[in-house]
Write a protein that binds this ligand. Structure first.
Ligand SMILES: C[S@@+](CC[C@H](N)C(=O)[O-])C[C@H]1O[C@@H](n2cnc3c(N)ncnc32)[C@H](O)[C@@H]1O
Length: 226
């Protein structure tokens, strides 16, 4: 997977440019040279962002006007792509991730508004209650959020809250890189089993994904409440 990288920033930030071909816009995403998992762009987010783009190419109003929430946004590639494709997006993450996430929203805000979209960032800690649950969403997005055991149950609870509180149940799109350590495999199986108690799960085949942004070790799932 390739995207342009530039080291022109004066501090520990550097930026990447990610093209959204369907609307001829280019997102500028700041990353940090060093930091936690929320300081880099993960491949699973590119697969999901490019899937949204592919879907919008096939159906031009796929995201326009949709109310979307993203969990564990990190640097915001997925949520910012959805917003540039016309959605009203709330990007969420841990409080400490918000400054860089908001910088990325601010950097791209004119591209987003020119497409009729909107993006804000709010804290949402999985497993905790939030005023964000009072809103109704059409779509929930999350990329590469299953990577430590303690988060499995809280993340599922947050997904349940979002789906239960919306009258028209939102569709959830989730990508996950499948890592090969025994601990990661066990954790993914446990997450998937718990998820399937509550959601119908459809795996989106690679041939329906973006022609260049797909990978056998990144799952793309579509969930709807049972
Ligand atoms: C592997 S990163 C993925 C980031 C982004 N979705 C991507 O794919 O580039 C996981 C994200 O989940 C966030 N996260 C981890 N634990 C969380 C929690 N308990 N509540 C909310 N967000 C959490 C991290 O801060 C990080 O941004």
């Amino acid at each position: 997977m390739s995207y342009r990288k530039s080291y022109s920033q004066p501090n520990d930030h550097f930026s990447r440019e990610i093209d959204i071909e369907v609307c001829l816009k280019t997102l500028k995403i700041y990353q940090k040279l060093e930091g936690d998992v929320n300081c880099v762009v993960w491949d699973a987010s590119l697969v999901l962002a490019k899937y949204l783009e592919t879907m919008s190419q096939n159906k031009s109003d796929f995201l326009s006007g949709m109310k979307v929430i993203e969990l564990g946004s990190g640097l915001g590639v997925v949520g910012l792509t959805a917003a540039t494709l016309g959605a009203q997006v709330t990007l969420t993450d841990l409080p400490e991730a918000l400054p860089l996430l908001r910088k990325n929203i601010n950097e791209n805000k004119y591209k987003i508004s020119s497409m009729g979209g909107y993006a804000i960032a709010e804290a949402l800690i999985w497993g905790e209650t939030s005023p964000l649950f009072d809103e109704k969403y059409d779509m929930v997005l999350l990329a590469d959020c299953v990577y430590y055991e303690e988060a499995v149950d809280p993340l599922i609870n947050t997904l349940k809250c979002l789906v239960n509180n919306s009258q028209d149940q939102p569709i959830v799109y989730l990508t996950q890189e499948l890592r090969q350590t025994e601990a990661q495999k066990t954790m993914w199986t446990s997450f998937y089993d718990k998820l399937s108690d509550y959601f119908f799960i459809k795996q989106i085949p690679e041939e329906e994904q973006h022609v260049n942004y797909k990978s056998p070790d990144i799952l793309l799932l579509k969930l709807s409440k049972k």
